[in-house]
Ligand binder design. Structure first.
Ligand SMILES: Nc1ncnc2c1ncn2[C@@H]1O[C@H](COP(=O)(O)OP(=O)(O)O)[C@@H](O)[C@H]1O
Ligand SMILES: [Mg+2]
Length: 417
């Protein structure tokens, strides 16, 4: 039997994490946050706050938003067990010793990492150190994609459209940017296709600010949408202080948004059916972005937010353009086996890459609105087939034989093309 190591980070108990939203009380341990959904993803049982309440008092306790729930971990383990014997390797302080002792033939990696801007690279780097094959992107790509600005530099270098951007590392740089902002009309100056000339031009409002090293909508709220120098100064300061990392300031992309689930490698890499964001489903007056409120607050078991359309309603020509942009980004960033790429249209209707997720979210319950499994379902793949396809791609790349029904998984994955 193939020995499959399974590397993950599990969300702590809600009571330990002391999670609270917008000043609401911490969830008591004995109170299930939701019934049919991924229970640990939702952090409050109180009624959904209105858009006004949220923007007045944005949620901030999103420390564990990236880690996986016991339900997700169990579902992935079940899927992997169709292709070998699964050994759980929680990616905590003991991971290196446990990996050495377990000596798996391959590691299936979904670990988001414990700490630091290179956290997602730690498990793959340790696997490389011990010569153990693993699934997904390598440490370099994982670190690169966790730095949204460096990612945009690479994309710009290769002529892949991404919004113009500026990086502020501290209050002084923020003030300098704020002083320069608003002095230029939107659309004037250098080409929108290339964000790399940003040092030489001044930003035009509206702008969108976000922490440079976060994911899972951490630090992304409506307040990040800045229409004046004052708003940029206030929110830039809040983000610098709260997340203790540089802030990425981007021109706001006003068009439609899609997310592209990509599976496979090289010429065999395929985009699964596009997921489109239906911002009309957000509460009245909400900003058309998929931020913390949309992901963790307004989408509730008793009142699910119908924000995803899959397959997206999109014309064939635009669909091809979105897919090409996403596949180009996947290739130049060195993504492997799978990734999810967010794309948004600029004012001219050109698809721009917003960010790249080489460790995509994979909540198993269809009610949980997780994009990658949703796109897989639209392609006729079950959750187990999706997880298994990712492992098969990783094993094929590295010449690792797998037990079980690999042939069927391979055939299903190939049929996507
Ligand atoms: N430059 C931008 N213009 C418009 N909307 C943006 C921009 N950057 C981010 N957003 C919105 O914020 C959401 C979250 O941003 P993203 O960088 O994808 O963060 P996360 O890593 O948390 O998913 C996006 O899905 C999009 O709706
Ligand atoms: Mg995103």
């Amino acid at each position: 039997m193939t020995r499959i190591g399974f590397a993950y980070n599990e969300k702590p108990e809600p009571a330990d994490a002391e999670i609270a939203i917008a000043g609401e009380p911490v969830l008591p341990e004995d109170e299930p946050p939701s019934s049919r959904r991924d229970a640990w993803s939702r952090t409050s049982t109180a009624a959904a706050p209105s858009a006004a309440v949220i923007s007045a008092s944005p949620p901030v306790d999103d420390e564990y938003a990236e880690w996986d729930s016991p339900e997700t971990i169990a579902a992935v383990e079940r899927a992997l067990s169709g292709l070998g014997t699964v050994v759980r390797l929680e990616a905590n302080d003991e991971f290196p010793e446990r990996l050495r002792a377990a000596r798996p033939d391959i590691v299936f990696n979904i670990a988001e990492g414990l700490r630091g801007p290179n956290r997602e690279a730690h498990v793959p780097a340790i696997c490389e150190f011990y010569g153990v094959p693993y699934s997904g992107s390598d440490p370099f790509t994982l670190s690169l994609c966790l730095d949204k600005a460096r990612t945009k530099e690479v994309l710009s270098h290769h002529g892949i459209p991404t919004a113009k951007f500026w990086v502020v590392r501290d209050e002084r740089e923020l003030r300098r940017l704020v002083e320069g902002s608003g002095k230029r009309e939107a659309g004037s100056g250098s080409s929108r296709r290339n964000g790399f000339d940003s040092r030489f031009s001044l930003p035009a409002f509206p702008l969108f600010a976000k922490p440079i090293h976060e994911g899972s909508s951490k630090g992304i709220t409506e307040k990040n949408y800045c229409t004046t120098p004052e708003e940029l100064e206030t929110q830039g300061s809040v983000l610098l202080e709260r997340y203790r990392q540089p802030v990425l300031v981007e021109e706001f992309l006003p068009g439609a948004e899609f997310t592209c689930a990509i599976l496979g490698n090289g010429r065999g890499a395929r985009v699964l059916p596009l997921v489109g964001m239906n911002f009309a489903a957000l509460p009245d007056g909400a900003l058309p972005v998929y931020g913390y409120e949309a992901k963790w607050v307004w989408d509730r078991p008793e009142n699910p937010l119908e924000i995803f359309e899959c397959p997206a309603r999109i014309g064939k020509a635009l669909q091809r353009e979105v897919e090409k942009t996403a596949l180009d980004a996947y290739r130049v960033l060195g993504c492997r086996d799978w990734s999810r790429i967010d794309v948004r249209l600029d004012a001219a209707g050109v698809p721009n890459v917003v960010e790249v997720n080489p460790l995509p979210g994979i909540l198993p319950d269809p009610a949980d609105n997780s994009c990658f499994p949703k796109a897989a379902r639209a392609a006729g793949m079950s959750y187990d087939q999706l997880i298994q396809a990712c492992l098969v791609y990783a094993a094929q790349r590295q010449g690792v034989p797998l037990s079980g029904k690999v042939v069927r998984v391979r055939a299903r994955a190939a049929a996507l093309g």
